[in-house]
Write a protein that binds this ligand. Sequence first.
Ligand code: MOS
Length: 729
Amino acid sequence: MNSKKVLNRQDGRAKVTGAAKYTADYDLPGLVYGVLVGSTIAKGKIETLDVKAAHRCAGVIAIASHLNPLDIPAYDSEQAAQAGAAKGNPLHILANNEILFYDQPIALVIADTFERALFASKQIKATYQKQAHQTSLEANIDKSKLPSAERFNDYLRGEDDGYKKADVIVEEEYYHPIDVHNPMELANTIAHWTANDRVSVYTKTQGVEDTQQVLSELFKIPVENVTVDAEYVGGAFGMGLRRWPYEMVTVAAAKKIGRPLKVVLHREQMFTNVGYRPETKQKIAIGATKEGKLVGITHEATGNISPYYEFTEAVLMMTQFLYACPNVATRYRLVPLNISNPIWMRGPGEATGSLALECAMDELAYKLKMDPIELRLLNYAEKDPVENVPWTSKFLKECYQMGAAKIGWENRHQEAGTQKEGDWLIGYGVGTGTFGSGRAPASVQAILKPEGQLLLKCSVNDMGPGTATMMASIACQQLGIDQGEITVKIGNTDLPSGPTQGGSVVTTSVGAAVYDVCQEVKKKLMELASPSGKILAQDDVDFVAGGIVLKSDGNTTVPYARLMEKEQLSQIDITIDSKGTKINGSKYSYSVHFVKLRVHASTGQTKIDHVVSCADGGKIISPKTAESQMIGGAVGGIGMALMEDLVVDHRFGKPITNNLADYHVPVNADIQQMDALFVDKKDPVSNALGTKGIGEIALIGVAPAVANAIFNATGKRIRELPITPEKLL
Ligand code: MOS
């Protein structure tokens, strides 16, 4: 009945049978195809652009470039800035001859088939006036600047550089290169303009409404003239949180030619045009008493941005509040490089910051000859040290305990490099993660049919974590309806308003609205079931598939059809608008990741044996998809730690690991046992369900856990990701 049923993935069947329609799968009457040509220099000006040969190719309809600008409008608002154009130094795509990064689009070739557009695109010839580009963070670190957003000002609690007074000090630098999202599904957009300045767009986005807003502002048309559809998204990991130049070009070009236009990036462009986790260098100093009590932490981070947009993320926030420490200073800086724009990537800045913080804590534990978990528990923050208020809920201790038991932490040797199995060195490592748990406004419509089917609608879309399954799970629990009777419609701006899928807010926001709308449906059913003169209360009834059980009436089940008949209702149709709440400084989700691995003594190869990820994500709604979400995040963290590296050849400013053969990510053979454990306790304030988010904490803390396990195995402290075999020899 209302017991917790574990649902299978709501859209699983559609996805495995191919019935699911992803945005690029759409085919519209008269559809034509565009292929982007990119610059082969990283900075300078286009001197000549020869498009004559391309124009002569069969099937070519139009070629857009700065020679015939598309008039992509209005790069002047905050929303437009999201599209890749900050005030002051905007990226005017296909508008002038200026080149700011390698593979910047310089032309769009449109033809009647994709193949013809691709062939013609190869005939375009450009010459350039090269200027000296800057793509190396290291070489430009002295040009770093303070971000303009106040939130990223230098932070100080207590004494500046207070760590210096401590008995035991760890002071080190950590580095990770550019990591790229690289979802399986390529970035793609179809734009179709119709009469009266209306446009419908299928595009790979994490927020259909956000995309609608941006397009409305950029093209100066009313919001209601823009329809955005992204019912299915084949992974995104954050790259769908911004509108990219290729999308603007597609929408503008479709308008110009008056035909529906499809542009799908090729894999190389996924490395150069649609965001990445910025390269970041960090300096951290932690000081503690001989007993292990933290005295001070100073943490500095410098990340790269593009020349045209100031991207910021919360690299240092976690350091400010994760541990009880009287003296904390953080300093965040940015360096513009001739590389396209970064964007949040899974766990975003917190994942970056956790590398330095959680590795340095590990280094401190070894210096103190202490167990790393013991050190963390000794400095556990019982309340928020930044806001000086209690946490809404924090079950991080439980995460340490659950995970230590599951991974077999008692088998870990405190002395590094002392546990061997044949040629393999065995090690255990731990890393902590935390991320704010927010709630955004969300509207959900529920339509209940007399025959028992329930339809739930919300514009929120799903890049893969299982939003529809979460929504169906809540309805099953609340109304007793079987999953087979539930249809979930998401991912289109015509549906009731929902949030962007990002920042771990969807379950808490949309889940709350589903819960609320179910309460209203229940109320309506109880009202219909009430005998005259008596209003039934929740305790008088049970909700089961297809009807309502009257406890006072010998547990008879009254079917929905009979109830609706009373008022001649063809269905019950209710929409709820649930309000968001601001992220409160003391409302966080937590994770602890445990890694057991082995390093080959003579080849330096690392093999992951076992990962245990423990989460305090509040109450878990959909156990199957939550588990999958946690495991997926941990796999991403393993990639970050051991493999991922967008290598830029600074001589040319060119990303060279720009394909999936050279840019390594973990495959099944790299992943052995993975476990996801949940504390599964309610947060008392988030919503009626008690949920918090898990999308980001699934990755935050994984890379340091791997690095720490490698140290435990080998005694080698590698502070530069990725930790490849040659660094271990
Ligand atoms: Mo996430 S990095 O908010 O998609």
